[in-house]
Design a protein around this ligand. Structure first.
Ligand SMILES: C[S@@+](CC[C@H](N)C(=O)[O-])C[C@H]1O[C@@H](n2cnc3c(N)ncnc32)[C@H](O)[C@@H]1O
Length: 278
């Protein structure tokens, strides 16, 4: 058995998982120990550790530094796709943007935040939707802020370059033609107009939040599921003060709910739930 595959002691798993939770909020239990083998191999080899156990022991016994952040980042799940779980995008198209355009017609400004944007498909889907269905927004100030903890995910998002499989997940052939430039080698680059609508920034949701504008729409999808109840409650409370007013919208992932927070009212439309300030 190679060192890399030797079983990892439960105490090391627990020590590392508690560091992960403390630093990035992601809560993992012993049933997820297998992720250590699959996700930390790059960190093990990049820094010349003799295997996963020596890496874990280093992380557990040393102050948090660069290697820690690489390991924490490796434990995040970056799964995403264009127009993921299509229903919220349908509601954005049929209801939410129409309402916001009406309510913000004097300010002619929309601030949107894709929190935990991973490799960019979510904020770019919003940009595509706005360009395709809301020509009346020409001349408006539209800002889409996209944040994530993962530097690697943000780097890819900023480049806006996707492979054939990624581009085909959620986009029609017509949308690919309209919004992407085909590069030699089979990759596709988002066009400059859509790219310029999105600003990418690194942000750890469990640290202090930087000064940000108040938002008309926040999408925080498929990230709260990784946090424990206390962390979730704290983030949801902070989101509340980040929404501009009672006509602003918060959309979570389809399996996520914040019914525990009485400061929000939940609205159910077709298969989608969204939240607004009470
Ligand atoms: C499954 S992806 C969701 C992407 C997109 N919102 C979607 O629904 O398709 C979860 C993202 O949350 C990010 N994440 C995890 N912990 C985070 C934290 N503490 N702060 C900010 N982002 C975090 C991960 O890096 C990952 O890109």
């Amino acid at each position: 058995m190679s060192l890399e595959n030797s079983p990892i002691d439960a105490v090391d798993v627990e020590g590392f998982f508690s560091l992960v939770e403390k630093n990035i909020g992601v809560s993992l239990d012993a049933s997820k120990a297998y992720l250590i083998q699959s996700r930390l191999s790059n960190v093990v080899s990049k820094h010349g550790f003799a295997g996963h156990t020596p890496l874990l022991r280093f992380l557990i016994t040393n102050p948090v530094g660069d290697i820690h952040w690489q390991a924490f980042e490796a434990m995040t799940t970056n799964e995403t796709s264009f127009f993921r779980d299509i229903h919220p995008f349908e509601i954005l198209k049929t209801t939410i943007f129409t309402d916001l355009i009406q309510k913000r017609k004097d300010a002619r400004e929309l601030n949107i935040w894709s929190a935990a944007s991973s490799t960019g498909q979510e904020p770019y889907s919003i940009a595509i939707l706005l360009r395709e269905y809301f020509p009346e927004l020409a001349g408006w100030k539209i800002r889409i802020l996209a944040t994530d903890i993962s530097e690697q995910a943000l780097e890819k998002a900023s480049l806006g370059i996707y492979n054939q499989t990624e581009i085909q997940r959620g986009l029609s052939e017509a949308q690919i033609q309209r919004h992407f430039i085909k590069l030699p080698g089979g990759h596709y680059e988002i066009n400059a107009d859509l790219r310029s609508m999105v600003q990418f920034k690194q942000m750890n949701l469990i640290h202090d939040w930087p000064l940000m504008p108040k938002f008309d729409l926040i999408l925080m999808r498929n990230v709260l599921i990784y946090f424990n109840q206390l962390t979730k409650a704290k983030i949801v409370k902070r989101l509340h003060s980040q929404l501009l007013d009672a006509s602003s919208y918060l959309i979570l992932g389809s399996s996520e709910s914040i019914l525990f927070d009485q400061a929000y009212r939940i609205v159910q439309l077709d298969r989608v739930s969204y939240y607004q300030k009470r």
